[in-house]
Design a protein. Structure first.
Length: 401
């Protein structure tokens, strides 16, 4: 374990808080304030110390009792962990600082949420020897999926409960929960939430007394360069396609973003899966739901990641580059922007353009987005301002009150 002290540490120039699982970051000069919590889990999906997780949950309950909270969960991927100085931790801190700065700019203090970050640490690196550590692909992939099926779900459900309990008392602005996973961390998050997402989608469909918007987990799940098979995503894709239309107030619930130049998931992953699936039997399945025809090659979908199997990619994200887009999402009110999405249409999000590829029903709550290399170049290039800005606006759209 890296974080063995469970009391809240106030970070200052003289106190680094490296051994603390709860860290209060306050920068009055830049107008940022957020709480960063760490939880650590072992290879078998068990908490290294349940007291660490319980300290986080207790602290968040106390915070939510006083004001609305914006909880951001980040699950790291391959070659990372919860060690002080890890590049994923530092990048996550920057994201939290930016969100906190935006909250502090709200004129009405009653509309400000307390920003909370939860960093889920697992053993993303099992061998430290340079070169050889890249051979841990199969080992870490299996571990990531096991962790997702076991301990992480408990944590996420408790965090969702905190937001929901707060919202039950009708605060001025609602608490929100955003879950983000990168690389094998995306596999962790998808394993933990996919069955919940599909269950809540089914509950929204017809013949259940009424038809409603499709619900998600928390307010939004974001997967960045996720390292899991497209075949695992196919059931969710099929489920969404079985519903031929969505209400105008339907918002995204799952956003998958993969760089077109991510060789880790685009080249290394299929090479590894080719060995794993050599003796398996695969078929080709024809789909034609709501007029959207598609052939699912199970072999290709089993060997390639969700972001690199093109038949299941629903959108592209490209730089603005002077384009004149009819529908623009900005920091202005955005409640009705998503309702204007058309098949094959494009929407501007800050300095990026999201284009629908005519493969899914417009306003589908599940987005599988291929990202231009100018915005996300390679596997670990996930904290660029343009992509962060797109995700920020996507979150705003998904969490508008």
């Amino acid at each position: 374990m890296y974080r063995t002290a469970y009391d809240t540490c106030q970070l200052t120039a003289n106190v680094d808080c490296n051994t603390h699982s709860l860290q209060q970051h306050t920068d009055k000069v830049n107008g940022t304030e957020y709480l960063l919590g760490f939880v650590e889990i072992d290879d078998q999906g068990q908490w290294r110390d349940r007291k660490q997780m319980q300290a986080l949950i207790d602290t968040l309950y106390a915070s939510a009792a006083k004001q609305s909270v914006l909880i951001n969960v980040f699950v790291h991927g391959w070659h990372h962990n919860a060690a002080p100085g890890d590049s994923n931790i530092e990048g996550f801190k920057q994201v939290l600082a930016r969100i906190s700065h935006a909250e502090s700019k709200k004129i009405d203090h009653k509309q400000q949420r307390k920003v909370i970050g939860v960093y889920v640490g697992w053993r993303g690196e099992s061998i430290l020897i340079p070169g050889i550590k890249n051979l841990t692909f199969w080992d870490r992939k299996n571990t990531a999926q096991d962790i997702g099926y076991l301990g992480i779900t408990e944590l996420l459900l408790k965090l969702e409960e905190i937001a929901n309990v707060r919202n039950a008392i009708a605060p001025p602005i609602k608490s929100r929960l955003i879950v983000i996973g990168h690389s094998f961390g995306g596999a962790v998050v998808y394993s933990a939430t996919s069955q919940i997402l599909m269950s809540r989608f089914v509950d929204s469909q017809a013949n259940k007394g009424f038809v409603d918007t499709a619900k998600g987990f928390g307010d939004l799940v974001v997967l960045l360069n996720p390292a899991f098979e497209a075949l695992r995503y196919a059931p969710a894709f099929d489920l969404a396609q079985s519903r031929c239309s969505f209400f105008e107030n339907q918002t995204p619930k799952l956003a998958i973003l993969t760089s077109e130049t991510d060789n880790a998931t685009g080249v290394a992953f299929p090479l590894g899966r080719t060995l794993n699936t050599f003796f398996e039997s695969h078929s080709k399945v024809n789909r034609n739901d709501c007029g959207y025809a598609m052939t699912l090659d199970e072999g290709e979908a089993d060997r390639n990641t969700v972001g690199h199997y093109l038949p299941l990619v629903s959108h592209t994200l490209t730089p603005l580059r002077g384009k004149n887009i009819a529908h623009v999402v900005s920091n202005a009110p955005i409640k009705n922007i998503w309702s204007q999405q058309k098949s094959g249409g494009s929407t501007q999000f800050g300095q990026t353009v999201l284009t629908h590829l005519k493969k899914t029903v417009p306003r589908s709550p599940y987005l599988n987005i291929r990202v231009d290399k100018a915005l996300m170049d390679g596997h670990n290039d996930i904290f660029r301002p343009e992509v962060d800005g797109f995700i920020d606006l996507l979150i705003q759209m998904s969490t508008v009150d």
